[in-house]
Design a protein around this ligand. Structure first.
Ligand code: NAD
Ligand code: UDP
Length: 313
């Protein structure tokens, strides 16, 4: 049994990770400033003696005893990370410095939640870990993309310079229950719009692609990476099934057996055209690949949002 710190533990991925680690028998410390996370995501854990909740901002240092640190704290949806872009960069950069400093002090292993966004608008397809990316340094997505890139650099340097054990997960688009209703990412937006009988908003012509991974698969991948001996490079985690955003909208309508009107909106600046992970490294070193189909994952997500919208009425 380990003592494990999960920063961003009240968020979408973090709360599922807390659940998983507790089920495995560990003690979990969930740290969150509740910017995009919610107590609702972890309320069911509050009475658990193996679970502790800390309201804290990782931009500030913190001292505690821990064996492993999953550093997930950072808003992930463009509307939220662009709300206060300077704070977003601070969260990624100062946050990871604080967590790496803590890891160094208490000899903990740290897993950094990096992102497919470090590849920017990729010129290589699908994206392999060796690809260095194509990122605008001064665009509206840069606060997130460059913050996460520097965080990777800091992980690599704390490892080389101080011997801190680090793992870097490059997470591709992940979806599922507990995405916030106001999250603003495409799956939650389209599902909510469909449930409310509103038109589905597609940015651009909907021909841009993404590859969507169900949350349960992602959590297994993160835990396997943390506990694996592989530390030579970052590892892509995501579902390699690539679809256009228009196809995603059609799939959601199909599962819900309804025909929704589509409303086309302007494509946001620097929105990547194509994105799909090459996950052969994760297959080789973690024996990991996603198990949940897009259809099954969407069905579960739709059920979750249906229950939340009924609750809200
Ligand atoms: P989320 O917004 O639901 O969760 C982020 C959590 O971090 C929230 O609980 C939020 O309150 C907390 N947080 C934000 N700033 C903080 C700060 N300064 N101090 C303490 N807590 C803070 O997002 P998510 O989808 O669960 O993403 C979790 C992590 O995974 C993020 O680091 C994100 O960049 C990464 N990631 C997610 C995806 C995805 O598709 N979900 C893809 C790539 C990377
Ligand atoms: N998108 C969309 N409609 C929405 C929200 C997003 O068409 O209501 C598009 C967005 O422009 C992007 C894709 O869906 O091309 C995925 O967007 P998301 O914000 O989920 O993630 P990211 O762009 O970070 O991959």
């Amino acid at each position: 049994m380990k003592r494990i710190l999960v920063t961003g533990g009240a968020g979408f991925l973090g709360s599922h990770l807390c659940d998983y680690l507790l089920k495995e028998g560990h003690d979990v410390i969930c740290l969150d400033n509740f910017f995009t996370g919610s107590k609702d995501n972890i309320r069911h854990l509050l009475g658990n003696p193996h679970f502790e909740l800390l309201r804290h901002d990782i931009v500030q240092p913190i001292l505690l005893e821990t064996d492993q640190i999953y550093n997930l704290a950072c808003p992930a949806s463009p509307i939220h990370y662009q709300y206060n872009p300077v704070k977003t960069t601070k969260t990624s950069v100062m946050g990871v410095i604080n967590m790496l400093g803590l890891a160094k002090r208490v000899k903990a292993r740290l897993l950094q939640a990096s992102t497919s966004e470090i590849y920017g608008n990729p010129t290589v397809h699908p994206q392999r870990e060796e690809y260095w990316g194509n990122v605008n340094t001064v665009g509206i997505r840069s606060c997130y993309d460059e913050g996460k890139r520097v965080a990777e650099t800091l992980c690599a340097d704390y490892h080389r310079q101080n011997g801190v054990e680090v793992r870097i997960a490059r997470i591709f688009n992940t979806f599922g229950p507990r995405m916030a209703l106001n999250d603003g990412r495409v799956v939650s937006n389209l599902v909510l719009q469909a449930l409310r009988g509103e038109p589905l908003t597609l940015f651009g012509d909907g021909s841009q692609t993404r590859s969507f991974c169900y949350v349960d698969d992602m959590i297994v991948g993160l835990v396997r990476l943390m506990n694996s001996d592989y530390d030579e490079s970052p590892v892509n985690l995501g579902n390699p099934r690539e679809i256009t955003i228009l196809e995603l909208a059609e799939k959601i309508s199909g599962i819900m057996s309804q025909s929704s009107r589509i409303e086309y909106r302007t494509l946001p600046e620097d929105d990547p055209v194509r994105r799909c992970p090459d996950i052969s490294l994760a297959g080789r070193v973690l024996d990991w690949k996603p198990q949940v189909s897009l259809e099954d994952g969407l069905t579960k997500t739709i059920e979750y949002f249906r229950s939340k919208t009924v609750e809200a009425q």
